[in-house]
Design a protein around this ligand. Structure first.
Ligand SMILES: Cc1cc2nc3c(=O)[nH]c(=O)nc-3n(C[C@H](O)[C@H](O)[C@H](O)COP(=O)(O)OP(=O)(O)OC[C@H]3O[C@@H](n4cnc5c(N)ncnc54)[C@H](O)[C@@H]3O)c2cc1C
Length: 294
């Protein structure tokens, strides 16, 4: 934590302390991510209701604190210096209502639970429903955008708006909510008939390095149809390592944490991969991994 962090943490505690739910100062973020990397936030707040989340955002904004949504932390790289602001965890937003083929869920519901209930194309993707909507998560079998009926999110004015699928601005692994940093509060989904997920989960276990901490695919696939993993593999970068950050031997688009990787190691490895691929193939690989604070 940098100098002055204690003041920031204390100020955040002062402005949020009357809100319900868990509020922790100077919280280490690494354990809240699947990469297990990253420093401390001034504060981490876990609102128990959508109203409390909305109120915390309004207060952080009006006091000029940076703030950030955190779902399962499965797409995030937190810098070693941490995050000088408020991290809002959706872990407490787990409402679940079913009506026929429709499901209304809170943003913090684990995606795996929804996949089991009727979203087989998303089986095996870690994280929460809110994070999946923000990232438009998906597999080669489909993405969450195809099942979204509506999304309730907080506007910068503090008002809650219900977005139709057309208003969500879904593109490949992206959405309006991520681009404009609009907190997703709840999501309406159309369920598919249940399927046996075992074959999908087996397929993923074969193709992904699930035994080591990571944040999934690091780079977006380029628009020319070649996959980022294939390009990285062709450059002979599997196994390339800086500190404890390594390009997976299993899937070249994954960088894994061998134990004590720092964010700076990961970023240096990202630079090396981008430089090598652009000089070999003339393709600049864009990040899919989200570096907090960039
Ligand atoms: C082993 C592994 C395999 C993976 N496989 C896949 C895959 O097959 N397909 C795929 O698409 N992804 C995959 N991922 C990446 C990741 O799991 C998905 O992007 C996931 O949907 C992110 O959800 P999350 O809750 O963890 O989001 P986080 O990592 O917490 O956040 C990701 C982004 O969403 C924002 N966000 C989170 N919650 C909200 C909210 N409620 N409102 C607004 N913004 C929010 C965050 O601020 C951040 O910008 C994989 C990751 C790992 C570690």
């Amino acid at each position: 934590m940098e100098a002055g962090a204690g003041d920031g943490a204390r100020a955040l505690l002062r402005i949020l302390r009357d809100l319900p739910g868990g509020l922790r100062a100077e919280e280490l973020l690494a354990p809240h991510t699947t990469f297990r990397i990253g420093g401390r936030a001034f504060a981490l707040y876990e609102p128990p209701t959508e109203d409390a989340l909305a109120e915390a955002v309004v207060r952080a904004r009006s006091h000029g604190f940076p703030w950030r949504m955190l779902g399962g932390g499965s797409k995030l790289l937190i810098p070693d210096r941490g995050f000088p602001g408020l991290v809002l965890s959706t872990a407490g937003l787990r409402s679940w209502h079913e009506e026929g083929e429709f499901l209304r869920v809170g943003a913090g519901v684990p995606l795996a639970r929804v996949a089991r209930r009727g979203a087989w194309a998303l089986a095996g993707i870690p994280g929460t429903v809110g994070g999946a909507v923000a990232m438009n998560a998906g597999t080669r079998h489909g993405s969450i955008a195809e099942q979204v009926v509506w999304v309730q999110a907080l506007l910068p004015t503090g008002r809650v708006h219900t977005f139709s699928p057309a208003e969500c601005g879904f593109t490949y692994r992206d959405s309006l909510f991520r681009r404009l940093r609009l907190p997703v509060l709840a999501v309406g989904l159309r369920l598919q008939p249940c399927q046996d997920l075992a074959p999908f989960l087996r397929e993923r276990a074969k193709s992904q390095p699930l035994g080591l901490p990571s944040a999934g695919c690091v780079f977006r696939n380029p628009p020319d149809g070649r996959s980022a993993g294939w390009l990285i593999d062709q450059c002979g970068l599997k196994g390339a390592r800086i500190g404890d950050a390594v390009v997976s031997e299993h899937h070249a688009n994954f960088i894994c944490n061998l134990g004590h990787a720092r964010a700076s190691d990961v970023l240096e490895l990202v630079d090396r991969v981008q430089d090598t691929v652009v000089s070999e193939f003339g393709v600049w690989l864009k990040l899919e991994l989200e570096v907090v604070g960039e």
